[in-house]
Design a protein around this ligand. Structure first.
Ligand SMILES: NC(=O)c1ccc[n+]([C@@H]2O[C@H](COP(=O)([O-])OP(=O)(O)OC[C@H]3O[C@@H](n4cnc5c(N)ncnc54)[C@H](O)[C@@H]3O)[C@@H](O)[C@H]2O)c1
Length: 406
């Protein structure tokens, strides 16, 4: 079962990151849980990559919720937990060991916590924990990053925007994830003819890269409110001129979707001025990186937002958009809801199991309705809980068979 997106994209050869082996069980925290197959149940292999900081805390909670929601819908999971990021650096000296990549690549879907931390901040670039994410996205070829940003009615007051601006915001940002300036060549730092150091990167998009992400965005918009806004900088950048031309050409295949274009500087402004105008946004790697973080803040907390990264074939990568939050790691303060909602996206977009996904989404809303809040979304009158208790409450709501109607 794969998180396949139907495009005509050519596949590139896998580039696996070499690393020392940690197959010796005495040296590794990895564990493989293999339950016996139950008749009539669907089985899926899930790679769990907890990572660093609050990653292991939120993954442990989300795993239980995923397991329970799945089991109520006749699904069974074999979880394989593998180290990535700083945890892998400490264990075997590389951010993405071969075994971790292999487990991820061979799974049906991947749930990742977060990567990074102060301890490794001064590492050389290739030995930084965050390189694991870069390698995973690149080598799994997950070019489409879906980031929903919705203001839940229960959390309107957690938004930094006025209630009337924030209320009802419900958008999906579709970000191109494996191209553009983050990957373009040439890149580097060199000495120019005047003897001065210069740094440079290249914004590069081939037509097929634009077409495949645009198709994902049109399809996404079609399943939502039928509005797609393509964000670029076509008044300045040549790569954006091609972007706009390709997206515009594809629009004729989606007559039911209303396409508009916006320059990125205006989009950054409009997201704050009137975010409700947006339904689906499609944009390149760097603009998507920045705009999706901006959109996340409208919703109140980075601890609430999930994401899905999907390719043409192979497993999808599902992760909260937040980082490893080293400032609160190990203190049971992390909000696990972004990871729990990432598990719901895993079910929906990765495995096509919408009913189980809906169970999780409903359980999260139910838990918020009951007033449970972690510190990042707390407001007076609610009940302050830690990561574990929030997870336990979501689990209770899943168990109470909240209506799962799809
Ligand atoms: N996808 C990833 O794994 C990812 C993404 C961003 C940053 N990082 C890494 O994470 C580390 C910390 O980065 P940062 O501080 O810029 O970003 P961050 O997202 O880790 O934290 C930003 C702020 O949000 C809070 N926060 C984040 N997630 C939260 C949650 N679930 N519940 C409650 N509060 C939460 C943190 O406590 C912090 O105050 C760095 O090493 C960075 O490189 C990793």
């Amino acid at each position: 079962m794969a998180a396949a997106l139907q495009t005509n994209t050519r596949l590139h050869p896998i580039n696996v990151v070499p690393g020392r082996s940690f197959t010796n069980p005495s040296r590794t925290p990895c564990r493989i849980r293999c339950a016996a197959a139950s008749p009539g149940k669907k089985r899926f292999n899930i790679a769990l990559l907890p990572g660093d900081g609050i990653g292991p805390e939120v993954i442990s909670v989300a795993k239980n919720v995923l397991q329970q929601a799945g089991s109520l819908e006749g699904l069974e999971f074999d979880f394989q937990e593998m180290p990535v990021g700083g945890a892998a650096l400490d264990l075997v000296g590389v951010p993405l060991p071969e075994e971790s990549f292999k487990a991820a690549k061979e799974s049906d879907a991947i749930l990742l916590g977060a990567i990074g931390g102060y301890k490794w901040d001064n590492n050389e670039k290739h030995l930084r924990p965050e390189m694991a994410l870069f390698y995973l996205r690149r080598d799994l070829k997950v070019f489409a990053n879906l980031r929903p940003a919705s203001v839940l009615p229960q959390l309107v007051d957690a938004s930094t925007l006025k209630r009337e601006v924030a209320e009802g915001v419900d958008m999906m940002i579709v970000r191109e994830l494996t191209g553009g300036i983050y990957f373009g060549e040439p890149r580097g730092i060199k000495i120019n003819e005047n003897g001065e150091e210069v740094g440079f990167n290249t914004e590069f998009y081939a037509a097929h890269e634009i077409d495949r992400i645009a198709r994902v965005a049109f399809e996404t918009a079609r399943k939502r409110r039928g509005k797609l806004c393509s964000v670029d900088k076509a008044n300045v950048l040549d790569a954006s001129i091609l972007w706009r031309k390709r997206v515009t050409a594809l629009a004729s295949e989606y007559p039911d979707v209303e396409l508009s274009h916006m320059y990125v500087d205006n989009a950054a402004m409009q997201l704050i001025r009137d975010p409700k105008q947006f339904d689906t946004i499609v944009t390149n790697n760097i603009f998507g990186d920045i705009l999706s973080d901006e959109a996340s803040m409208i919703t109140g907390s980075i601890g609430m937002l999930p994401s899905a990264s999907l390719g043409v074939s192979g497993p999808g990568l599902f992760e909260p958009i937040h980082g490893s939050a080293p400032d609160i790691a190990g203190q049971d303060k992390a909000n696990p809801l972004a990871t729990i909602l990432s598990a719901a996206m895993l079910l929906k977009y990765g495995l096509g199991e919408e009913k189980a996904a809906k169970r999780i989404e409903d359980a999260v809303l139910d838990t918020l309705n009951k007033g449970f809040r972690t510190g990042d979304i707390y407001s007076p009158g609610n009940k302050l809980v830690g990561c574990k208790e929030m997870g336990a409450e979501v689990l209770k709501s899943v168990d109470s068979k909240v209506a799962a109607t799809v």
